[in-house]
Write a protein that binds this ligand. Sequence first.
Ligand code: ADP
Length: 266
Amino acid sequence: VRVTFTPILSREKGVTGAIAVLQDITEQEELEQSRREFVANVSHELRTPLTTIKSYLEALDDGAVEDPSLAKRFIGVTRNETERMIRLVTDLLHLSRLDSRNAAIQRVKTDMIEMLEEVADRFSFQLKQKSISMRIIREAGVGTASIDRDQIDQVLDNLVSNAIKYMPDGGNIELSARLPEAGIVEIAVKDTGIGIPKKDLGRIFDRFYRVDKARSRNMGGTGLGLSIAREIVKAHGGTISLESEVNQGTKVSFTLPVAAEGSVTA
Ligand code: ADP
């Protein structure tokens, strides 16, 4: 319930009373509220890199362009900021497609272990750069699941790139697949990184929520990776959850039905 007080003012006597309005905030209003917050967030997230780009361009214009090494650095900054904005807009488009359910799931029967091995291959260069080791753990019996391969790859890429981003050099990542119950496969990405404080865990899947904005931004993060992952997993009929301990590491697990009812499998 939302309560608003409006004072009744009289020119001679000042405040003579008040009107209290008790409103039942319906689901519709909550939706409207979250939509407003979302637009405000998007505007802010786009405005920040634009402001940076503008100031560096101004500095170049004011003479920095004459100094080749300074000019190179400033142009580098504007390029990075531009790339971050492109990533942000790409993530936003992706989210809006997931929201409007236009992204019909194209299920294909996929071998879960092969899929995890391919994730490890995609990240092998980054893992080597940070001396991070990666292990794949498979529970007996894990086979295939009917999934939208592109979308689940996106989930895995988001989770693994987080594990790498929020981990000091030399850590470990475990990718695992198990069968918690009949007809359900659970995939997990576990790291030995910086972890997430308890107080942040409740909001970690919210759009734009980050534990440390500056750190995420420096790492090229958009604050949308986990919310995109959640939308995709939900669309597959699964659930996603995160456990974390500061300075110990983080584990993100998600479930997928092995065979979705009524789906066409290839
Ligand atoms: P970002 O683009 O900022 O990485 P995400 O939605 O992917 O956005 O993640 C939200 C926030 O959750 C991150 O900013 C980071 O603070 C925290 N986070 C996500 N994954 C991990 C992880 N594996 N270890 C530590 N912190 C993490």
